[in-house]
Design a protein around this ligand. Structure first.
Ligand code: PLP
Length: 383
């Protein structure tokens, strides 16, 4: 029997009590049990986000929350700066453009740092304050780069542009104080670092963002947060919520707060350092070169010339039961990605690294047996 090691950038493995919680009997989503549940969940998620602002639970994947983050706070014709250095930054910019925002993309090559200086210059030049929002992906899962949110927040400074941030693959894995960072709209998905199955997403809004929402003229129906607010006041959601996921969320957050929060951050950091050390021991190039931009949850490794990424993934899956991801967009066929988030343990990752060594060797790339495993172990041992 092969184990199934899920080392992709989400959905991530979940604790078994969270999986069990999903087998709940159904109950009335307009009754007292749900009212109590949504009240508790909303308060707990505000603690995760470290926000005193508004927070809504959406029955939708992360992309639904991306759409909600655009259509509720902007109007057609409004100027938006979209920072792009990967596929999800590109998606957020595209959604804004589709709904009629005047999007200016500040794009750098995928896997390269954002143009922080360029952003600073653009905002300085905007003396009429025509820029209404800045969109950015905190942790770009397509490249394994964590963008510098502190820096973006500092650069935005007193400019009134809303800071709209995708934290789909970082929330829960790193310290992310939404209010302290001045993030106006922040959203994440359930299936990444928060120990939950897919199906829900969570979005917060600052008071400034909420004022902008009152003026927003973009079309919306399912993701209309003013409706969500109205129903939340009654302890409900406007539409039928994914009840099993909501019950699982209660258990996931219980584990998150009682067992893991601080150690969860440290474990993600260690796992990122371990896989990076393993790649170096294998003489493989990392897509993200600078340590300070290394994502705690996803690592992209350049493939060696003689190895085909699809074949590598196939051998790892079929022979060892290890699932890793390939590249996206321009990186397809160029990189493979390890996800190390959620309930993935250091031991799971070491098993994945052992499978990588064996699979590379099987595909003709010379490997000194154990070199990557031992490099990863040294990082883990150092704590
Ligand atoms: N943003 C980021 C950074 C992601 O990693 C993902 C999914 O991988 C999404 C957005 C989209 O989320 P979903 O696939 O849940 O719609």
């Amino acid at each position: 029997m092969k184990e199934n090691y899920l080392l992709i950038p989400g959905p991530a493995p979940i604790p078994h009590t969270v999986a069990q919680a999903m087998s709940t009997k159904m109950f009335n989503h307009r009754g007292p049990r749900f009212k109590e549940l949504i009240t508790e969940l909303t308060a707990s998620l505000k603690r995760v986000f470290q926000t005193e602002g508004r927070l809504f639970i959406l029955t939708a994947s992360g992309t639904g929350a991306m759409e909600a983050a655009i259509v509720n706070f902007l109007s057609p014709g409004e100027k938006v700066i979209s920072l792009v250095n990967g596929s999800f930054g590109d998606r957020l910019a595209s959604i804004a453009a589709i709904y009629g925002a005047e999007v200016e993309r500040m794009e750098t090559a995928w896997g390269q740092p954002l143009d922080y200086r360029g952003l600073e210059a653009k905002l300085k030049k905007d003396t009429e304050q025509a820029i209404r929002a800045i969109t950015v992906v905190h942790n770009e899962s397509s490249t394994g780069m964590i963008n510098d949110l502190e820096m973006i927040s500092r650069i935005r400074g007193d400019h009134p542009a809303l800071l709209i941030v995708d934290t789909v693959s970082s929330m829960g894995a790193v310290e992310l104080p939404v209010d302290r960072l001045g993030v106006d709209v922040c959203f994440t998905g359930s299936q990444k670092a928060l120990l939950l199955p897919p199906g829900l997403s969570f979005i917060s809004a600052s008071e400034r963002a909420w004022e902008a929402a009152a003026r927003s003229k973009m079309p919306k129906f399912y993701f209309d947060l003013s409706k969500a607010q109205e129903y939340l006041e009654k302890g409900q959601t406007p539409f039928t919520p994914a009840l099993p996921q909501c019950v699982a969320l209660q258990e996931g957050l219980r584990i998150y707060f009682t067992e893991v929060q601080e150690s969860h951050y440290a474990r993600h950091r260690r796992m990122a350092a371990a896989i990076r050390a393993a790649a170096r021991a294998l003489r493989l190039e990392l897509l993200v070169k600078e340590e300070r931009y290394a994502s705690p949850t996803v690592t992209a490794v350049m493939k060696p010339p003689q190895v085909n990424v699809d074949q590598l993934r196939e051998v790892m899956r079929n022979r060892f039961g290890v699932e890793i991801a390939g590249g996206q967009g321009p990186l397809e066929g160029q990189v493979f990605r390890f996800g190390h988030l959620g309930a993935v343990t250091e031991l799971d990752l070491v098993a994945g690294i052992a499978a990588l060594e064996l699979s590379l060797q099987a595909l003709g790339y010379p490997v000194e047996p154990g070199c990557a495993v031992s490099a990863a172990e040294r990082v883990i041992r150092a704590g």
